[in-house]
Design a protein around this ligand. Structure first.
Ligand code: IPE
Ligand code: IPE
Ligand code: MG
Length: 238
């Protein structure tokens, strides 16, 4: 935690958990072993966020584009995410974590997984320490499409539409925009995560592969974030 400025913590950190496949392949293991190894990374990151008092953490677990992967890998990811919930929801609940899911609940997401998602959200809905949003079958463009559909259905006068109105139709209108977005594994792209919400987020990219990511890497990213001069389009000295 050395070097962290507790007065300038980001309120909301978003994380693109990438590099599981490469982590496994580099060890001569099947890709799914990389996903499995990512479980500890996720838990340590959540515990690290709790430890320093981050209020909102969002993680990208499965994108609307990840259905293009081999059937076996997709099947593994469905079961694996269900397993994470059964293994950790009680412990997260006791620690004051509110678990929520964002993304489309279409027919491809197994009913059993949806039940586990709903149960975890229901169990933890009154918790206040940290909101952990798990983006599953999530796409930023899909989120905007869904918001626009609802907006049109509401019959709103087009002249009344502004940025605040659009934000109100996103999956979680109460979620503040991420201050910091981290992507692991040395890729420099957003891959359709929270595209509306990150308009003014600070982006931090690290070469660490997700299964190796630990709370210290989160702290390092926050230290980097704290060194940035956020101007929001204005002229502002630090
Ligand atoms: C991220 O790791 C996990 C998911 C997208 C589900 P990857 O599986 O994308 O790992 P790489 O990018 O192939 O190494
Ligand atoms: C983004 O990673 C999605 C998740 C981490 C869930 P991908 O590995 O799917 O993204 P691309 O294909 O490299 O852009
Ligand atoms: Mg990847």
């Amino acid at each position: 935690m050395d070097g962290l400025d507790f007065k300038k913590l980001p309120k909301h950190v978003a994380c693109i958990m990438d590099g599981n496949g490469r982590w496994a392949t580099s060890r001569g293991l099947p890709r799914i072993e990389g996903h499995a190894a990512g479980e500890e990374a996720l838990l340590d990151t959540v515990n690290g966020a709790l430890e320093i008092g981050i209020d909102w953490l969002s993680v990208y677990a499965f994108s609307t584009e990840n259905w293009k992967r081999p059937h076996e890998e997709v099947r593994f990811l469905m079961r694996f995410n269900e397993g994470i919930l059964t293994r950790h929801r009680d412990e997260l609940n006791e620690k004051g974590v509110r678990i929520r899911f964002s993304g489309r609940r279409d027919w491809r997401v197994p009913k059993r997984l949806i039940k586990h998602m709903d149960d975890s959200a229901e169990l933890t809905k009154r918790n206040k320490k940290l909101t952990l949003t798990i983006a599953f079958n999530y796409g930023g463009r899909a989120e905007l499409v869904d918001a626009i559909k609802e907006l049109v259905r509401s019959g709103i006068n087009p002249e009344k539409i502004d940025e605040k109105v659009i934000s109100r139709y996103l999956y979680f209108p109460d979620m503040p925009d991420p201050d910091l977005m981290i992507r692991t594994s040395g890729e420099f792209r957003i891959s359709n995560f929270l595209i509306w919400e990150i308009a003014y987020s600070e982006l931090v990219f690290t070469d660490v592969l997700w299964p190796d990511f630990r709370r210290q890497d989160l702290y390092d990213a926050i230290i980097e974030y704290q060194s940035r001069n956020r101007r929001f389009g204005a002229v502002k000295s630090k």
